[in-house]
Design a protein around this ligand. Structure first.
Ligand code: GLV
Length: 410
């Protein structure tokens, strides 16, 4: 008879995880066993336009599908009878030790889908000792978020006007962030047809259809939207610039989408001169751009196609990862876009990634269950990484390399 080890027995104690008591998930979320389960719960919980914004991609969703499919291009080659009783998922990145090789990717407007979304993500990341990147397209002031989690990173879309760029970087520095991420794949707005079809816009426009969505999603309406307005006033875009931007709901206000079409590597050089902390460039897919980013003085890069939300039909980051790692000796190469499972994370690490970032599932977790949900999601994924390390015969993540993988179909 085979003895199936229990999940508790396969997940070792993590010495690098701070001991912060777990939070209880509401009983209605008892069925959540993986990150994907949060998506199903959020689809029911959120008004259709808000769910469409978070879940959606662009045009034919080709990049989105390719991201998900890319993990199947590799199969594991596990090693046997390795003593993995003392394995750890802890890993170092940019001078700090984290409890897991993954963190929370930046996501815009997360305080619309989740009550105090950015804060909830920041607090959960702090409690679980993983990095969290705050998006500049956010509705809670960055100063409040970095106070809740001094290790949070800030992700900016560079304003197109130099004086505004300088003012924003000064604000991020004074707020206390130590790591600045510049996303370089969004010089112009992508074609989010699905958002338009679902009635999503920024600001949201009051309409009968939107009111109906509110009425049919009362837990979100009362627990997130009206609660936010009652306790904190109408949310505004707080962090795209040094100054406050547009409100999230308005019949007339136009959002100030800075024209970034003229930005070049020269502007990144300027950011490097202005920013004394760690600088990470996000949205790299070509080896030549990786070299340019390092030449400018980036401390790390994130290989990313923006979760399939920019150019449709873009190569999945996993496919170009090994080539980029090969030219980035000494500079950490991180990756995001489509990661959902511990096996996905381990494949990227085996291909040379230093770290993985994951977005949408943590947004869904925050929407349906706040900080408890996000911590549950982090715990589930960390357990998957740990359990899969054991089955691969790996005790420390730095042992992983391409010898643990075989290209599928060979
Ligand atoms: C923001 O980064 C978005 O992709 O909507």
């Amino acid at each position: 008879m085979q003895i199936e080890p229990s999940a508790a027995a396969t997940a070792p104690a993590l010495p690098d995880t701070p001991v912060v008591p777990a939070l209880r998930l509401p009983a209605r979320l008892g069925h959540v066993l993986s990150l994907d389960d949060f998506e199903r719960a959020a689809r029911r919980h959120l008004p259709a336009p808000v769910f469409a914004y978070v879940s959606g991609a662009v045009e034919r969703n080709a990049s989105l599908r390719a991201n998900a499919a890319s993990f199947e291009q590799y199969e594991f080659l596990p090693r046997m009878l390795v003593d993995m009783s003392r394995r750890t998922t802890a890993t170092s990145l940019l001078g700090r030790r984290w409890s897991a090789p993954f963190g929370i990717a930046p996501m815009g407007i997360s305080a619309l889908s989740a009550y105090r979304g950015d804060l909830v993500l920041a607090q959960a990341a702090r409690a679980e000792n993983v990095p969290m990147i705050m998006s500049g397209s956010s509705l809670i002031r960055m100063e409040e978020v970095v106070q809740a989690n001094p290790d949070a990173w800030f992700q900016a879309y560079l304003p197109g006007v130099e004086s505004e760029m300088q003012a924003l970087i000064a604000r991020v520095r004074i707020a206390g962030f130590r790591t600045l991420v510049i996303t370089v794949d969004s010089s112009i707005a992508s074609n989010r047809e699905n958002n338009i079809r679902a009635g999503f816009s920024t600001p949201l426009r009051p309409s009968l259809a939107l009111a109906w969505q509110g009425l049919t999603h009362p837990r979100w309406t009362f627990g997130t939207f009206l609660r936010t307005i009652a306790q904190h006033g109408m949310p505004h875009f707080e962090n795209n610039f040094a100054r406050r931007g547009a409100p999230i709901l308005s019949a007339t206000v136009q959002r100030d989408f800075s024209d970034r079409g003229h930005l070049t590597w020269e502007h990144l050089r300027m950011v490097r001169r202005l920013w004394p902390g760690q600088l990470v460039v996000k949205g790299i897919l070509d080896v030549r751009d990786a070299r340019l980013a390092i030449g400018v003085g980036a401390d790390g890069i994130i290989v990313s196609n923006h979760g399939g939300r920019q150019l449709d039909g873009t190569v999945p980051p996993l496919k170009v990862l090994p080539g980029i790692v090969a030219v980035c000796r000494g500079t950490p190469v991180m990756i995001d876009s489509g990661f959902r499972r511990g096996t996905d994370v381990l494949k990227a690490l085996a291909l040379g990634a230093s770290f993985v970032f994951i977005g949408r599932p943590f947004n869904y977790a925050a929407s349906v269950a706040g900080e408890a949900g996000v911590r549950k999601g982090i715990g589930l994924l960390r357990d998957e990484v740990s359990r899969n390390m054991a089955m691969l015969g790996v005790t420390e993540l730095h042992e992983l390399d391409a010898s643990y993988l075989v290209p599928a179909g060979r």
